[in-house]
Write a protein that binds this ligand. Structure first.
Ligand code: ARG
Length: 276
C-alpha cells in the first residue's frame, strides 16, 4: 500500500474513533453521573405519597416512595443524590435540556413520552379517578354528562389533562400548577371535580371529610404506570436502574415505601394543613 494511502486510512480511523468517543460521552448518562459524583433528579414534590415536603428532625426535607427509589439508585451507583424541585410541567423538560440527569416524579411512561425519553421498567401501577364533593355526588353528579359545561381541575402537564378532556367531553378542563391548588378550588366550589391518580386522591379524601372519589370510571389509553425517565441513549444507566427496580419489587419494598410515606404524609399534613 502506498504511504499516502496508509496515512489517509490512518486519518480516517482516528476521525472515526474520535467521533465515536464524542458521541458516547454526550449520551452516556451513567459515565456523566459517575464523573460528577452526583445524580440530579428533577421532581415536583407536591405528590404524596411519592414525593412531598415534610419536616424531619426539625429540617425541611423531601420524602416519599420516589425518594427512597432515588436513594437506592444513588447507593448502587455510589453517588450523591440531589433533588431539583420544580413544577410538574417542567420536570421532563429539565431532563431533555440536561439540567437534571433523570426524573422520578410519579411519571407515567406514555408512548408519546417514550419517543423523547428512555424509561426504566415501571414500578407502580396507576389509576385515575374523579374527585368530587361528597354532597354533590349524591345529588347532582352521577354520570359523565352531568359534568357538561362544568369546570374540572387537573395538574398542569400531567396525563390527567388528557384523560379529563377525553372522558369529560363537554367539561371545561382547568390546568393548575399543583394538585393541592386543584383540591382547594374543589373545596371552595370554583370547580366541580378534580382528576387525579387514586394513590394521591386517597390522601386528600382521608384528610377532607367533604371529598369523595366518584364512581364514574375514567378510561385511559396510555401507559400510565410510573417509571424513571432518562435522556434517550441512557442504556447503561437504564440497565442499572432496572436492576434496582426489579430487586425492590421482588422484596416488596415499593409497596412498603408507599405505605410508610402515606403514613408520614398524613402525619406531616395534620400539622401544616392540606399538603399542597
Ligand atoms: N402520573 C402523572 C403523569 O405522569 C402525574 C404525575 C405527577 N407527578 C408529580 N410529582 N406531580 O403525568
Amino acid at each position: 500500500m502506498k504511504p499516502w494511502k496508509k496515512l489517509l486510512l490512518g486519518l480516517a480511523g482516528i476521525f472515526a474513533l474520535t467521533s465515536l468517543a464524542a458521541c458516547s460521552s454526550s449520551t452516556n448518562t451513567l459515565d456523566k453521573v459517575k464523573n460528577k459524583g452526583t445524580l440530579t433528579i428533577a421532581l415536583n414534590p407536591h405528590f404524596a405519597p411519592f414525593e412531598f415536603k415534610t419536616i424531619q428532625d426539625g429540617k425541611d426535607t423531601i420524602a416519599g416512595a420516589d425518594i427512597e427509589i432515588a436513594k437506592a439508585i444513588g447507593d448502587e451507583l455510589g453517588v450523591k443524590v440531589k433533588f431539583s424541585e420544580m413544577s410538574f410541567d417542567n420536570v421532563l423538560a429539565n431532563v431533555q435540556s440536561g439540567k437534571a440527569d433523570i426524573a422520578i416524579s410519579g411519571i407515567s411512561a406514555t408512548k408519546e413520552r417514550q419517543k423523547i425519553f428512555d424509561f426504566s421498567d415501571t414500578y407502580y401501577d396507576s389509576e385515575t379517578v374523579l374527585l368530587v364533593k361528597k354532597d354533590a355526588t349524591e345529588k347532582t353528579y352521577k354520570q359523565i354528562s352531568d359534568f357538561s359545561k362544568k369546570s374540572i381541575a387537573v395538574q398542569k402537564g400531567s396525563i390527567q389533562e388528557n384523560i379529563a378532556k377525553a372522558n369529560l367531553l363537554d367539561a371545561n378542563v382547568v390546568s393548575l400548577a399543583q394538585p393541592g391548588e386543584a383540591i382547594n378550588e374543589l373545596k371552595s366550589g370554583q370547580v366541580e371535580g378534580v382528576v387525579l391518580e387514586k394513590a394521591i386522591a386517597k390522601g386528600y379524601v382521608d384528610q377532607n371529610g367533604d371529598l369523595t372519589m366518584s364512581d364514574i370510571a375514567l378510561k385511559s389509553d396510555s401507559n400510565d404506570a410510573y417509571a424513571v425517565a432518562m435522556p434517550k441513549g441512557s442504556d447503561d444507566l437504564k440497565a442499572k436502574v432496572n436492576k434496582i427496580i426489579a430487586k425492590l419489587k421482588k422484596e416488596g419494598k415499593i409497596d412498603s415505601y408507599v405505605q410508610d410515606a402515606y403514613a408520614l404524609s398524613l402525619k406531616s399534613s395534620s400539622k401544616s394543613g392540606v399538603t399542597i
